[in-house]
Design a binder for this molecule. Structure first.
Ligand SMILES: Cc1cc2nc3c(=O)[nH]c(=O)nc-3n(C[C@H](O)[C@H](O)[C@H](O)COP(=O)(O)OP(=O)(O)OC[C@H]3O[C@@H](n4cnc5c(N)ncnc54)[C@H](O)[C@@H]3O)c2cc1C
Ligand code: SF4
Length: 565
């Protein structure tokens, strides 16, 4: 049987891939989407609205479930017993860390990817981010400016539904918002304290539906979000882009299919991809006129680095030598946690309405002058608290036995904790490459990480600790402590940079449309193109840039740059 050729292949069905699937299928192209793991089925895979004592392993999952797996490290929040469908997360494929690197690579391999469980924080980037190199002289500017990308942010927000308010802050352009998520008692206390010392405390931009939106129901505030939503009241590919793409009947979705390389023709141009069928372990080829990689930042680079040929000896589209380079991440960690004594003795209230980003402290440093602080750029902080289902302060207070349990209850409605989100700067020593010695269970050469936090983000970390001490004092709180060290790199899940975009083919992997330099029919739709992180999260921008990239590609189909199959 001759193999079918599609107009487009999209690798990955997460925030970026799902968006490409929707846009291209709705434009009438024949599309094959390839996903490394199984289909996410909320009715089957989510076990929401249960108490931990209703679950066999008290929410932690079967401790033996990873026995025999190549990558045995469990993932955090999202991989609990509440979403322990068989093989939703990647444990078959190991990766390497070079000496001195401790990267934590969390991967959801089910369709929809990590955005099935994400925190939903969805702020716009601005020119303070795109032109940061002009402002402080470090690194490269982005090849776009705010005026150009702003309509795509609007399009993404209108589609996803983002709740927030207009805030007029220099580092955070305002967007098109649904009504904000209602604030809790603690938010008013924290805001008052922050105001006293001149810090912003504002509603976050949260992709959670405060009202019914585009056929999706309004949130009923059960607080389960990072275990997945069973009614689709926050943006996820599972509830939004994938069903939209399927409704067109132009989609062929292959699951449990691990793409290992891009196939090229005699001229070195992509003609499809080769994947490993996880069930049979056989390699299969699929063909298309255009290939879109959206396997999630470092995995996109992994596929490209493994796509070697006589035309591309160091990986496809790597004529710049930048493929895999410039790996960046958000430094995460708690710069301060403690409690609000004024809430002691107050009854618990069911205010766990979003399970994460109700409010945040957007960047307030280096706004007037890019070098006001000892560090360049800036960070943001999320402050959380309230009556979560699980007493998060269990490891923040000391004690033992009955006295300890009594204290857990006594403090229950009072704890407050901060989380810093500090962008790392691109560095020549932070990158991914192919481990020359190790292969995964399918015989695919493994990815290897080289990464250390740099001085700039560590200065932000120290600065945030002092700021949180000031905040606790201003809001009448008592501090219990702060993390001794930042979290492991990779924890934030906001990695960027390894296929950065830019106008100069000598220094960038793709052009400003995320189309690889020198290869017009290979596009990228994930955060690997972002040259540097910001103080904001990545997912809404991934979706906005993917929409813009697909629009450009559709123009290229119309102009005959790409032919239909
Ligand atoms: C608990 C949690 C909280 C988060 N909070 C936020 C937040 O508040 N704001 C924010 O912006 N972001 C947040 N994130 C991060 C956000 O989820 C990611 O930025 C986003 O999902 C990335 O989308 P992606 O499409 O690039 O990758 P992914 O979502 O990882 O999707 C990649 C897809 O590609 C598939 N794939 C991978 N490799 C291959 C291969 N070789 N072959 C075939 N298919 C492949 C995978 O199966 C997966 O479906 C959070 C994530 C988590 C888990
Ligand atoms: S709080 Fe809202 S968005 Fe989150 S899981 Fe519940 S219904 Fe869904």
């Amino acid at each position: 049987m001759p193999a079918r050729t599609f107009d487009v292949i999209v690798v990955g069905t997460g925030a970026g891939g799902g968006t490409a699937m929707k846009m291209l299928c709705e434009a009438g192209l024949s599309l094959c989407a390839i996903n490394s793991g199984p289909r996410m089925e909320p009715a089957k895979h989510y076990r929401l609205h249960r108490q931990v004592y209703d679950l066999k392993y008290r929410g932690f999952g079967n401790p033996m479930r990873l026995e025999g797996k190549a990558h045995q490290e469990p993932y955090s929040v999202e991989e609990s017993e509440y979403s322990e469908g068989k093989d939703l997360f990647e444990h078959d494929i190991a990766y390497s860390n070079s000496p001195g690197t401790d990267w934590y690579w969390k991967r959801c391999k089910a369709t929809g990817g990590k955005a099935n469980f994400w925190g939903r924080s969805s702020a716009r980037y601005g020119d303070i981010d795109f032109k940061a190199a002009d402002l402080d002289g470090f690194g490269e500017n982005w090849p776009v400016d705010y005026a150009e990308i702003s309509p795509w942010f609007s399009k993404a927000e209108r589609y996803m539904g983002v709740a927030s308010t207009v805030q007029n802050r220099p580092s955070n352009p305002d967007g098109e918002y649904l009504p904000p998520i209602p604030w809790r008692c603690i938010d008013y206390i924290i805001q008052k304290g922050a105001e006293k010392i001149g810090l912003p405390y504002l509603p976050d931009r949260c992709a959670q539906l405060t009202v019914a939106h585009n056929g999706h129901p309004a949130c009923h505030y059960c607080g389960n979000c990072t275990r997945g939503c069973d009614v689709g009241a926050f943006f996820s590919p599972t509830w939004f882009t994938i069903p939209d793409a399927e409704a067109t009947k132009n989609l062929t979705l292959l699951t449990n299919a691990l793409v290992r390389r891009v196939l090229v023709d005699d001229a070195g141009m992509p003609k499809g991809v080769a994947y490993v069928d996880r069930a049979t372990r056989r390699e299969v080829e699929v063909y298309s006129k255009v290939v879109v990689l959206a396997a999630s930042c470092v995995e996109t680079a992994h596929i490209m680095l493994n796509s070697t040929s006589r035309h591309w000896p160091t990986g496809i589209a790597n004529s710049s030598g930048q493929l895999g380079r410039n790996l960046c991440d958000h430094l995460y960690g708690s710069p301060g946690y403690g409690y609000l004594p004024q809430l002691l003795g107050q009854p618990a209230t069911p205010d766990n309405i979003a399970d994460s980003t109700v409010a945040w402290m957007p960047r307030w440093q280096n706004l007037k002058n890019p070098r006001e602080e000892k560090f360049i750029r800036g960070y943001s902080v999320y402050v959380g608290g309230g009556c979560g289902e699980f007493p998060g302060h269990y490891n923040q207070i000391e004690g033992f036995g009955t006295e300890y349990k009594r204290n857990i209850k006594r403090y229950y409605p009072t704890p407050v904790g901060a989380l810093i989100q500090a962008p790392s700067l691109p560095s020549p020593t932070n990158y991914v490459d192919i481990d020359p010695e190790k292969k995964d269970i399918f015989g695919i050469p493994q990815l290897r990480f080289h990464f250390q936090w740099g001085q700039n983000e560590l200065l932000m970390w120290e600065h945030s600790k002092q700021m949180m001490m000031d905040l606790f004092k201003a809001m009448g709180g008592e501090m219990w402590g702060a993390d001794d060290e930042p979290n492991r790199p990779g924890t934030s899940l906001h990695e960027t940079g390894v296929c950065r975009f830019g106008s100069d083919p000598k220094t960038a992997v793709t052009n400003k449309w995320a189309q690889t330099h020198g290869i017009p029919n290979l596009y990228i739709c994930d955060a690997s193109i972002f040259p540097s992180p910001t103080d904001k999260t990545t997912t809404m921008p991934i979706i906005a840039f993917a929409m813009r990239t697909c629009d450009h590609m559709l123009g290229n189909f119309s102009k005959g740059v790409h032919n239909r199959a």
